[in-house]
Design a protein around this ligand. Structure first.
Ligand code: FPP
Ligand code: MG
Length: 265
């Protein structure tokens, strides 16, 4: 028992060292400024491993933390994660309840002194129609956004109760309102740039989206960052279920980004 624990400890330490070294080598090349994740496959992962659905989502958070840390070590400036689509309100009340409690607990945990957001100087924003979320989750959002508002090294956008079509509609409304405030109604004109500037991601200070990754083998964008996916965004669909997604899935994606950037320059 003691020997097996020692062996496990040594194995973990060696793996951590190897991962850190790998990230340090990768960081020498061009690094994307903004990486987004569609964290799909939590329930299929749970079923495959005979776990409860709730456990699948909890393991999904562990994967988010793991990938956030990898991105921060690489000095990616902004990470966006699709944590709850507006459409997810159609799921069972039990599953929604679990996801809301998980979000509350993890947002509060991440806001604590000494945790990842403080360690790496990350400002956390929750993007989406937060008024649709339960009051206790809104309270946690206000708290974590306040505690991290002066962090300026990196940005984490947790997209909750998010829909890209809703985001674009709101951005168009705001752009029109601003234009009307500054000009006569008959000359009211809005450009792509005006709409872009009013997107939730832009208002949260996010740079252009370089890489979008969706796990679980599904090849859809599911109403996530539709406007932000420009001609320069690399889109990857990976087979792994989100809770299993790790560095060895992520590294080839970064290498491909670096290869394309070197090809361009
Ligand atoms: C999609 O998999 C995943 C979700 C709907 C929830 C994602 C949430 C987390 C990973 C934790 C979020 C953490 C915070 C801080 C809010 P699925 O349920 O669609 O699984 P399936 O595709 O196998 O059905
Ligand atoms: Mg799914």
């Amino acid at each position: 028992m003691f020997l097996s624990r020692c062996f496990q400890w040594i194995r973990t330490k060696v793996t951590q060292r190897a991962e850190r070294l790998l990230l340090r080598v990768l960081a020498v090349g061009p690094i994307p400024q903004h990486v987004a994740f569609v964290m799909d496959g939590n329930r299929r992962y749970a079923r495959m491993n005979q776990k409860a659905i709730a456990q699948g989502h909890s393991d999904g958070f562990v994967a988010l933390r793991r990938m956030l840390e990898a991105c921060l070590r690489l000095e990616v400036r902004c990470v966006s994660a699709y944590a709850f689509a507006m459409d997810n309100f159609r799921r069972s009340p039990e599953e929604i309840d679990h996801l809301m409690h998980l979000a509350h607990d993890k947002l509060m945990e991440m806001s604590l002194h000494g945790q990842i957001l403080e360690e790496y100087g990350v400002r956390l924003n929750v993007l989406g129609k937060t008024s649709l979320l339960p009051e206790y989750v809104q309270e946690a959002i206000r708290h974590v956004e306040l505690v991290t508002k002066n962090n300026n090294k990196a940005i984490l956008n947790i997209c909750m109760s998010y829909s890209s079509q809703d985001e674009i509609t709101t951005a168009v409304e705001s752009a029109i309102r601003i234009s009307l405030d500054n000009s006569e109604p008959e000359v009211c004109e809005i450009t792509e740039h005006d709409i872009s500037a009013q997107l939730m991601t832009s208002l949260a200070g996010s740079p252009p989206l370089d890489i979008l990754i969706r796990t679980s083998g599904v090849k859809r964008l599911s109403d996530f960052l539709l406007w932000q996916c420009s001609e320069n965004t690399q889109i990857h669909f990976c087979k792994a279920y989100w809770p299993e997604f790790g560095l060895f899935d992520f590294v080839p994606i970064i290498l491909e980004y670096q290869r394309k950037r070197w090809g361009r320059s």
